[in-house]
Design a binder for this molecule. Sequence first.
Ligand code: PHE
Length: 466
Amino acid sequence: MVSEDPTKKTLSELGVRDATELAFRFTGLRAQLQKELKHAKGPGGWDSLREAWVGSGDSVKSRITANWLRTAPDSLRAAVARDLENLINEVFVLSTVMRPLDQLRATQADQVAAQFLNVQHLFDTEIEECVDEIDLGVSRTFWLGRSSGVLTHITDSWLKTASPQLKRIVGAEFNKLKNYVETKIEARRAAIESGAEESALLRERVDLSLPGVIRPIGSHHLIRQVFQEIEDIFVSIGFSVVEGPEIETPYYNFEALNIPEFHPVRDDMDTFYLELPKGALTPLLLRTHTSPMQIRTMEKQKPPVRVIVPGKVYRRDNPDATHSFIFHQVEGLAVDTDITFCDFTGTIEYFVKQFFGSGVKTRFRPSYFPFTEPSVEFDVSCPFCAGTGTAASGGTCSKCKGAAWIELFGAGMVDPAVYGFVNYDAKKVSGFAFGIGIDRLAMLKYGIDDIQAFFQNDVRFLRQFP
Ligand code: PHE
């Protein structure tokens, strides 16, 4: 062998990982076999060649069995076994047909016939193994190939070297074998072809009695439906809808909203920061509210501003029936030269009545947010017990727990300090902002008692809100 003998290594040591690389290795071995066959001389030479390739001692065959076959990955084992079998067959065939008849000890007519029969048997074994046209093509070249097919070898080493008295019988046997090989290959080809046709027909057969493919039609998630409902209400009174990034910088999420670094309200928003490569220009976090879009909107446009911002927000929280680390808000912002506290409460009241029905009342209580001044918390009279705190059955209303009011959301007049961050003139403009928690609203309106149901994607839940 030119380089190191590959059969002494395992397939993984050789870096053989797939069928193509395996085939390449066997092609190399065949080339080596051809070379050694050409140089084999004398009976001893032929015998030792066979010994070296297919003998029971240390031969190519036994090394491949030990080093390749036994350690082959499952995906390659069958291919190794098959290629090895073919190689062994080739050694037998070629070392027979390339060796002159006298060295095969065939000096009489019946001995010659026996040698031809032997070759025919080897052919039979091989042709039976051909399962497709690729296999068959390889075998056809091996047996009938013009320059180094088996039959050409027989012509060269048996027919041409035959003694005058054996020539006629060798010629006759040769023609018989040639006919046999050609007929059998053609028959095999026809069989493979019709088999392929049959299985193609089988594959393509259409069963008209089968039911068609049913594609279930999806629907909007309940959260998406509530977003849509809220958007419709605000769009009808002149707001437009904008969306913003879920990954924010602390500047937009906090600082520009008048929440400096050590302000205690940040504790409520103790949250998800992204791990960034060293040297990143700014930390990044998942936004804890939709309020950063107040800043982004005002940076981009001059007053008047009237937008709502639906979206996902994130806060570190332990999941339970009323808490989730991901939830949804609709932010609202209106800024103009003459917006009053009356416009603010009127707008909110309009929205709440549209959403829960005209029978509800609203109220607000003082609250605190760093980016609104004054800040309020809006409540709605409980729509489920008509603000009585008593359920129709006479017991305590389960929705408001008897309180008659339900806390809705935070809001307020935009703090003048915020205008400073977006180059608005705080002396000339005024406005209001609000942040509606959608999940709670949807739970209230549709009687859902576990916020987790929104995120579990259980179709039995989702199907209830088509
Ligand atoms: N961003 C506040 C929150 O998530 C809600 C809010 C928005 C309050 C707008 C006032 C004005 O808690």
